[in-house]
Every structure is written in structure tokens, then in C-alpha cells.
Design a protein around this ligand. Structure first.
Ligand code: SF4
Ligand code: SF4
Length: 471
């Protein structure tokens, strides 16, 4: 596989493919600078959050656990169940609109700063590669002559390290779904005792290895859906990594040219291209392949410092800044996105406040919702119900249900109560009985129940209302 000649980027196709469609390998040059340092700190924080979160607990519960087999999701000690669809809707809405707003304001800030693809490749896999294989020149030499014993040893060492790291990352990822305690227990037994989890972890190890060690920038360029639609979210007021062509053009080939009257600040040194992980030339304008990684900012700043020109020929800027038209932060699309976000935040606050872990629903028996029967010479109307109680908590919880508007109604059994073990779910039948004459008098009777359950030692009340049905 050939490596990219960054001084000869093709105009008619992706820089990462040759004329036959084969992949051209990109080995970006090393870069130093303030943005690289800031990003490194931020990425290390993100990596620490990813690795440590499954180990942390909150009020005795895991900080985050997405237990799909039990359909139970724990965040900051709060237990959510499959019945909490509205919360998931609002969370996804807020995340989605957060990304849309961030893109409209700051372009592909997500890609450069927080996307796992960037974080893992830049801070983990490229570092391992540099540590084992060496700098850019050594990596190119390794690819050009892969069977030289020294190169072969380095390549094998690199892939062994990639495999170990991918296995650890896959286990960490899966621990969000089964918890580390369970995972360590499974790991202490033969794989045959937990085949499903073993196969899932193996699958994710393979995916991570394939993507971060080999596929890399190809995912951003040809597969990422966000990369496809980000251009419609941005306009000339969105701040992104941009080349100041007004200042840089026409390019001088070297310092002597630079002294020529009328030459711009760009000395055409190709430093910004050599560090680009997606193999593009930012001087050609905004391109779909740009993941806003900021490497070209640092590279160009270093050059500007050397030739004693102001830094920032490539910088975070909106097209409107470069055109000197004045950037507008408040614009119709931002007002619309902001209004939608506000509605989502209000909705989210409401559903979270109304959320109860314990799940109770009262259902009418659909096959035979009512019946008429005679008892001791009097006719009664009977409404049949069944109640579904589910305790998604990790400790037993008590529940009780009683009739509120007695009038002439009776509930059988008189009071429903009991204790549910952790994760237990039950269906309990009960019926409401009232004299048929009472129903015939009014024909519009409400049923009111008071449902109580224990959550973290406290009794929580929830009213339930329904209508009596009859002939
Ligand atoms: S690094 Fe700066 S000076 Fe060098 S080619 Fe890129 S934009 Fe021009
Ligand atoms: S053009 Fe600059 S910001 Fe964009 S991907 Fe390349 S190096 Fe990163």
C-alpha cells in the first residue's frame, strides 16, 4: 500500500485513493502547538471518563449501567425502565439538537474534539504506532519494505499492542451493559459458560481493531453520516478551521518570493497538508473530508513564527470573518434551533421530575371487561382488571393498592399489597363490584385507586382513575 505524497494531491478524486481506487495510506507528520496541547488534555479527560465510568457508583448503584437484558438503565443512581420511552426521546432530542447547534456555531467541533474516532486514533492508536514503529519516516520505511526483519518485528509488535488495547476497550465498552463485576466473573470462567457475551466482546474487539488500527480516516471520509450532512448545518457565520486566503494569497514559493511586492503570507511550504490526517489541503477551502482537527493551525503557526509573520493564517474563523463582513451569532436558524432546544429541555425536566422507578399499570381485562352476577338475591356489576407491577430497583420494594371512592363499590381483594423482589414483575387480577342498580341509575361512574410503592425507603403515592363499564 502506497503512502500519500502530500505535494501532489489529485483534484479529481479523494487523496486517499489512487487512480485504480486502491487505498493510499496517510501518515501525518508530527505537529506541535497550543491546539494540540489543549486537545490532548481534553482527550485524556474523555478517555478517563470512558474508562472509569463503569467502575463508579452513586448512592450504592452504578453511575451508569445500560442493562439491556433486564431492560433497565441506571444513570446517577436513578433506575429507568423500558417504560421510560419519553425520557429517551428527550435525551436523544437534546443530544441531536446540541450537535446541530454546535455545528451551526462552531462547525465540526464534535469531530475534532470529542468524536471517539478522533480521540482513540489520535491519543491511543497513533501513539502506540509512534512508540513501537517510530516517527513518520520510520513508519513510511516500514510500509515500503515490510519484510525487512526489523520492520517485520515492529509491525508484529504494533499489531499485538493494538490487539491488547482493542480487547481492553471492547471489555470497557461492554461493561457499560453488563457491569465490570459480572464481566470479571464471566472472564474467570470458560467462555462456554457465557457464549453470548464472549462473542459480543470478540465482535467489538474486531470492530475496534479494524476501525482504529486500519480503517481510520476512511470512516470519516466515506462512512460517517454526520460528515455527510454537516455542510447543510453550517453557513458563512459558522466558526471552523479556515485558511485566510485574503492574507495568504498569492502564495510565495520561498522567503525570497515573499519579499516580492504583493505576495501573500503563505509560502507554499505544504506543512499544513503534511499534518492533515485526512490528506487534504485546507487552502482549497472547506471540504467534506476536514474533521477540524486543528493540526494545520498549529503547523502553519509554527511556520509563521519562523518567517516572523503574525500567527493565524490558518485559524478558527468564520467565512464572514475572513471576508470581513462581520459574523452574526444570532441568525434565524439559531433562533429556530434554540427554540426547539428550549422545548426539549422543558419536556425533559418535566418527564424526569415525573419519573418513578417502580412501574405499575392497571389494565382492564380485555376479553371480559365486565360481568353481571347475582349474590344473595341482589344483582351486581363486576368490572375485571389486572394490575402489572414491576420493581426495576436492585432491592425489594413494597406496594399497596386501595380503592378511594368507595360509595357502593368494593374491591376484591380488599387491599392489594405485597413485596416485589429486585427486578420482579407480577400480574395480579382484581375486580370491582357494585350493585347493578347503582350503575343503571348513573351510567357514568368513576373508579379511583390509590397506588403506593416504596422507593428508597419512602412511600410514593400515585392516583389511578378509570371508568366503570357495564351493559
Ligand atoms: S503551512 Fe501555512 S504557509 Fe505553509 S503552505 Fe500551509 S498555509 Fe501556507
Ligand atoms: S484540513 Fe486541517 S483541520 Fe481539517 S482535517 Fe486537515 S489538518 Fe485537520
Amino acid at each position: 500500500m502506497s503512502t500519500l505524497d502530500f505535494r501532489d494531491l489529485p483534484e479529481e478524486r479523494l487523496a486517499t485513493t489512487d487512480a485504480e481506487g486502491n487505498r493510499i495510506w496517510i501518515i501525518p507528520a508530527r505537529v506541535r502547538g497550543k491546539w494540540k496541547n489543549r486537545k490532548r488534555i481534553f482527550h485524556i479527560i474523555l478517555l478517563a471518563i470512558f474508562v472509569l465510568t463503569p467502575w463508579l457508583r452513586w448512592n450504592g448503584e452504578p453511575l451508569v449501567l445500560l442493562d439491556l437484558s433486564e431492560r433497565q438503565f441506571i444513570f446517577f443512581g436513578k433506575v429507568f425502565g423500558a417504560h421510560d420511552g419519553p425520557i429517551i426521546f428527550f435525551v436523544l432530542g437534546i443530544l441531536g439538537f446540541g450537535l446541530i447547534i454546535a455545528t451551526a456555531l462552531w462547525g465540526r467541533v464534535w469531530c475534532g474534539w470529542a468524536c471517539p474516532q478522533t480521540v482513540f486514533i489520535e491519543q491511543v492508536f497513533r501513539r502506540i504506532e509512534t512508540l513501537i514503529v517510530g516517527n513518520r519516516a520510520e513508519q513510511i520505511a516500514c510500509r515500503k519494505d515490510p519484510f525487512k526483519p526489523k520492520h517485520l518485528m515492529k509491525t508484529i509488535g504494533k499489531w499485538v499492542a493494538f490487539f491488547v488495547v482493542s480487547t481492553f476497550l471492547a471489555h470497557t465498552f461492554i461493561s457499560y451493559f453488563v457491569s465490570w463485576e459480572k464481566l470479571l466473573h464471566m472472564m474467570s470462567k470458560p467462555p462456554a459458560e457465557s457464549w453470548t457475551v464472549f462473542l459480543i466482546v470478540s465482535f467489538f474487539t474486531g470492530i475496534i481493531l479494524f476501525d482504529f488500527a486500519w480503517f481510520r480516516e476512511q470512516f470519516c471520509i466515506i462512512m460517517c453520516p454526520y460528515g455527510r450532512f454537516q455542510s447543510v448545518l453550517m453557513d458563512q457565520n459558522s466558526v471552523t478551521v479556515a485558511y485566510d486566503y485574503k492574507r495568504g494569497e498569492p502564495r510565495g514559493r520561498n522567503l525570497k518570493d515573499k519579499e516580492l511586492k504583493g505576495a501573500g503570507d503563505c509560502i507554499d511550504c505544504y506543512k499544513c497538508v503534511s499534518v492533515c490526517p485526512t490528506g487534504i489541503d485546507i487552502r482549497n477551502g472547506q471540504q467534506l473530508e476536514c474533521v477540524a482537527c486543528t493540526a494545520c493551525i498549529d503547523a502553519c503557526d509554527e511556520v509563521m513564527e519562523k518567517i516572523k509573520r503574525p500567527k493565524g493564517l490558518i485559524r478558527y474563523a468564520a467565512l464572514a470573518d475572513i471576508e470581513k463582513e462581520g459574523r452574526k451569532v444570532v441568525r434565524p436558524r439559531m433562533a429556530l434551533y434554540g427554540a426547539i432546544m428550549l422545548v426539549l429541555l422543558i419536556g425533559f425536566t418535566y418527564v424526569v421530575n415525573a419519573h418513578r422507578s417502580f412501574y405499575i399499570s392497571v389494565l382492564r381485562q380485555n376479553k371480559r371487561p365486565y360481568a353481571v352476577s347475582e349474590y344473595e338475591g341482589q344483582q351486581y356489576l363486576i368490572n375485571n382488571y389486572r394490575i402489572h407491577v414491576k420493581n426495576p430497583l436492585r432491592q425489594p420494594a413494597e406496594y399497596k393498592i386501595r380503592l378511594v371512592n368507595k360509595e357502593d363499590m368494593e374491591m376484591a381483594p380488599n387491599e392489594i399489597k405485597g413485596t416485589l423482589a429486585a427486578n420482579q414483575s407480577l400480574y395480579l387480577p382484581f375486580f370491582i363490584r357494585l350493585p347493578l342498580s347503582r350503575w343503571q341509575e348513573k351510567r357514568n361512574l368513576d373508579l379511583e385507586l390509590e397506588i403506593q410503592f416504596q422507593e428508597k425507603g419512602e412511600w410514593v403515592k400515585r392516583p389511578f382513575k378509570s371508568h366503570i363499564v357495564g351493559p
